[in-house]
Design a protein around this ligand. Structure first.
Ligand code: PGA
Length: 258
């Protein structure tokens, strides 16, 4: 399958792969390339179902090809509010379980917002400051919600939003219920980096698979640039790549064959 270059009227580079597995390998290849070029890179990382296979591939590259994470620094996008880091649905737990425990990264170099912080506003401000102090995010990984959200920036989140406490929409609660005993167990609020925080990353890589993302991907790439579809705001970034599988690309009308 051909790899697309830049889409017309947009800065976004779109890479379409036949399967979710190939999409994941392509995304891992891009991350590994950036890590090799800058061993002390600052990575922005994401949770959810989509990056799991990409993280598996990075672990494989570490074990079999010596991909070195010893100087890598990471900041995650978001965390549920009110959930402690050892809760098995916390994003800290997810990151340890799906990536950090299997590579040679220093735990003190990995950062996830603290869902149990006594003063959530202070936690959010400190997180923003820490990212700045680290020199900013070199490459930010993003998933996309079925409603076009990025991190927990739900539709309507301001373009300039920063790290803050947000309410989750019913759609996101339902989408995430599969990870909990029931939808009523899904936290109603989260701490999240903002659209403005994300847009400051030097490079952005959005990954998506499955037909359930096709509508959000089409709106993000071909609909109006609007806060109603937070991922559409990425079209104003200078260095963004969407790596998606055929199913997630199935509603696109443009020619992305390069
Ligand atoms: P998913 O979530 O990877 O579990 O589909 C992505 C997102 O909601 O950003």
């Amino acid at each position: 399958m051909k790899t697309a270059v830049k889409t017309k009227n947009s800065n976004v580079k779109v890479i379409i792969r036949a399967t979710s597995e190939e999409m994941s390998k392509e995304a891992a290849r891009i991350f590994a390339d950036r890590i090799r070029k800058k061993p002390n890179i600052v990575l922005g990382l994401a949770t959810g179902g989509t990056p799991v296979k990409m993280y598996k591939e990075l672990i494989r590259m570490h074990k079999e090809e010596g991909l070195d994470f010893s100087k890598v620094i990471t900041y995650n996008l978001d965390e549920y509010l009110g959930i402690s880091s050892d809760h098995d649905q916390s994003y800290r737990y997810f990151m340890n379980d799906n990536l950090f425990n299997h590579i040679n990264i220093k735990k003190e170099n990995t950062h996830v917002l603290n869902g149990k912080a006594k003063d959530a506003a202070k936690e959010c401000k400190a997180y923003e400051d820490a990212i700045k102090k680290a020199g900013g995010i070199d490459i930010q990984l993003l998933g996309i919600g079925g409603n076009g959200h990025i991190a927990f920036n739900e539709p309507g989140s301001p373009k300039a939003s920063r790290t803050r406490v947000v309410d989750l929409t019913e759609k996101t609660i339902q989408d995430n219920a599969r990870f909990f005993a029931s939808a009523s167990d899904v936290p109603r609020q989260a701490l999240t980096t903002g659209n403005g925080t994300i847009m400051e990353a030097k490079e952005i890589l959005l990954i998506a698979d499955k037909a359930s993302k096709a509508d959000a991907i089409a709106k993000s790439l071909e609909g109006p640039i609007t806060e109603k579809v937070p991922a559409s705001l990425l079209r104003e970034h200078k260095n963004v790549t969407f790596v998606i599988d055929k199913d997630a690309a199935s509603n696109l009308k443009g020619d992305y064959s390069g």
